[in-house]
Ligand binder design. Structure first.
Ligand code: ATP
Ligand code: FE
Length: 335
């Protein structure tokens, strides 16, 4: 079964062809234009998607070495995401499925981040049900109880900023480029995580809050740079390491709590922030420390990609769970 997956929820245009769970191609066009603005500009994103979508899909088919007539279904990201961006992928997927007269399959982007673990990949095992998935990305921070592919329950989530935003906004305060997550990760490796102490936000239950941390970092930097204008430059690695350490501490605390409350020891992560080397290590450490079995996605399946959309498409195809041809994009899609 050949499925084409199309992802266009934010600023990356991506397409992937999957054959029975094996990735044949996984193409991404990143939009550099947003860097100049320090964040994604929705209007520019949607315009860039329009330019990228045809060549990206073409390349995905070419790399997979198949013709579009050989496809069995088209899977696309229905939401959540930026409406203008989603519309491009949705319209394109609908027209292509209609033109080829094959099924159309709608995919929830956040389920994609979780179900990316079911891509066949040497050296990576698939989590058994039930497992806990922590989705940490640019727009979400959730702990999800996954009882089956499409039986997912959010048991905790952020009440304000997402963890990716915490990275990006902290980076902005430090004058780092956008997105700042990868840059903070790189610098954190060279710094002392205990150089500066930031108070961890206190939120009941399994929910998260990251907006207070960003403010604490802002005040801290303002105070220190008043005393020493070169404070950031001189301490950038230590600052990054300390911020990352604090954020990872929050994430691991909540995972521990979730695991205890549910009695589930199989823990997976997904989403852009799961690319972070610190969180990957902390999760691995959890195997010895807390008796977890952990599932860490291959690097290329962490940030937005279409392979994760294609795998969900494949799983839904097996269930014959197809979309109506008049389905609409949904910016705030839940599952
Ligand atoms: P969502 O999936 O919630 O709709 P999104 O699709 O915009 O949001 P992703 O592409 O999944 O988000 O993730 C992007 C986020 O991941 C950005 O905030 C980025 O800073 C962060 N990120 C990427 N790599 C790293 C890293 N190595 N360390 C920390 N954060 C990272
Ligand atoms: Fe995402």
């Amino acid at each position: 079964i050949y499925i084409l997956g199309i992802e266009s929820s934010c600023d990356d245009t991506a397409a992937s062809v999957i054959h029975n769970g094996n990735i044949l191609s996984n193409v991404i066009a990143n939009q550099k234009i947003h860097e100049a603005y320090g964040g994604v500009v929705p209007e520019l994103a949607s315009r860039a998607h329009q330019q990228n979508i045809v060549p990206v899909v073409h390349q995905a088919l070419e790399k997979a070495n198949i013709k579009k007539e050989e496809l069995h279904a088209i899977a696309f990201t229905r939401g959540p995401g930026l409406m203008g961006s989603l519309l491009v992928g949705t319209s394109f997927a609908k027209s292509l499925a209609y033109g080829l007269n094959i099924p159309l399959i709608d995919v929830n982007h956040m389920q994609g981040h979780i179900l990316a673990h079911f891509i066949n990949e040497e050296g990576y095992s698939k989590p058994p049900f039930p497992f806990l998935a922590m989705t940490i990305s640019g727009g979400h921070t959730q702990i999800v109880r996954v009882d089956n592919y499409f039986d997912m329950t959010v048991i905790g989530e952020t009440i304000d900023d997402a963890v990716g935003e915490a990275f990006d906004k902290s980076g902005k305060i430090l004058g780092l480029g956008y997105p700042a997550g990868p840059e903070i990760d790189k610098r954190a490796k060279l710094g002392n995580p205990k150089a500066f102490k930031f108070t961890k936000p206190k939120v009941d239950g399994l929910n998260f809050s990251f907006s207070g941390l960003k403010t604490a970092i802002l005040y801290f930097i303002q105070k220190e740079t008043k005393a020493n204008p070169n404070f950031i430059e001189e301490n950038i690695n230590d600052i990054c390491a300390s911020i990352q350490y604090t954020i990872i501490g929050v994430l691991i605390d909540k995972l521990k709590k979730a695991s205890k409350e549910t009695g589930i020891n199989h823990i997976a992560i997904g989403g852009g922030v799961s690319a972070n080397s610190g969180i990957r290590q902390a999760l691995k450490d959890g195997e010895k420390k807390f008796g977890w079995t952990t599932y860490i996605p291959k690097f290329e399946f962490t940030t937005d990609n279409a392979a994760m959309i294609a795998i969900v498409g494949y799983l839904k195809f097996l269930d014959k769970d197809f979309a109506q041809k008049n389905i609409a994009a949904s910016a705030r899609l839940k599952f």
